[in-house]
Design a protein around this ligand. Structure first.
Ligand code: NDP
Length: 277
């Protein structure tokens, strides 16, 4: 029978650890939104709500799409030097005519709890300790939580974005998985994906990965989150793929559930870096 890899128990486990840590250590997170992307606004508010439950302080910055870039960078630099602020989360996408790199790279690597700066990307590449993207870490965490081995497995990842596909590929490689990364120019996608003992979908196309892409005994991790009207779909055609896969994450209540918890886990990690714990 197909095992359902639900995100909630994984997220609860992470959040309990964060809560315990936050009891003895005052954590503070700055959240910055630039422009008015509705999904980002929702995620920003959700983080603030979750932080409150965990006894974590937040500072909320909302800049308009016409804000002066230097002013935003100056604010970020002040947060970098503020010893009470442990983590800085920049909501993406950034809306407006900004040089994204200038803004992202103004975040101190030690406070970059979304793992988006060159410093942390470099650390991930080199397999050093660092702050890495929460969704990528969540995918690995789910597999570990459900005791699914990575070492030696053939891993097929669909998607090569900087925030999901690429970082998760490095995390898998450092755990001795054998990696194939697919993207929009991959030929015979179905055949390539079918070779995966673990399949990760991070595409942004509802139900793209059908049952015919999945081999018997594959473990399927769906990072996709596609809103269609009132419904949310993953990148995997869940209803059909689940008849084939050995294990599969649902959408919603799969990877997404773990991602927010992982951001707070990154905040704890950042606090420890800053306080030598
Ligand atoms: P991006 O749009 O940045 O990247 C999508 C990737 O999918 C690209 O590498 C693209 O290829 C590839 N792709 C697009 N179409 C196809 C296709 N037909 N066949 C094969 N590959 C294709 O998306 P993100 O990585 O930011 O997000 C991916 C999904 O994950 C989305 O559904 C998003 O909502 C979700 N997400 C979920 C999070 C969570 O916490 N659960 C957090 C972040 C994202 P190419 O590079 O060639 O263009």
């Amino acid at each position: 029978m197909t095992k359902l890899l639900k995100g909630k128990p994984v997220a609860d486990d992470l959040l309990n650890q964060v809560k315990k840590f936050a009891k003895n250590n005052q954590l503070k997170m700055a959240i910055i939104q630039i422009g008015d992307d509705s999904a980002s606004s929702w995620y920003r508010r959700f983080k603030i709500k979750t932080a409150k439950k965990l006894n974590i302080e937040t500072i909320d910055y909302q800049f308009g799409k016409d804000e002066n870039e230097d002013k935003i960078i100056k604010t970020i630099r002040q947060l970098n030097t503020d010893s009470e602020v442990n983590g800085i989360f920049l909501e993406q996408p950034i809306i407006g005519d900004f040089n994204r790199n200038n803004i992202v790279e103004s975040i101190s690597g030690d406070k970059d709890i979304d793992g988006i700066t060159e410093k942390n990307c470099g650390k991930l590449y080199l397999n050093r300790e660092g702050l890495f993207p929460a969704t990528a870490k969540s995918i690995i965490k789910i597999l570990d939580f459900y005791n699914i081995k990575i070492k030696g497995k053939r891993i097929v990842i669909v998607g090569r974005s900087n925030i999901v596909g690429k970082p998760v590929a490095f995390l898998f490689m450092h755990r001795h998985g054998t990696i194939t990364i697919c993207h929009s120019r991959t030929k015979n996608l179905d055949k390539v994906v079918k070779e995966g003992e673990i399949v990760v979908a991070a595409v942004g196309k509802a139900k793209l990965i059908g049952e015919e892409f999945i081999s018997e005994n594959a473990v399927v991790i769906d990072a996709g989150y596609n809103l269609e009207g009132d419904n949310v779909y993953g990148d995997v055609d869940f209803e059909n793929a689940k008849t084939k896969a050995k294990a599969i994450t649902p959408v919603p209540n799969g990877v997404g559930k773990v991602t927010t918890a992982m951001i707070f886990n990154n905040l704890v990690q950042a606090y420890k870096y800053q306080n030598d714990k």
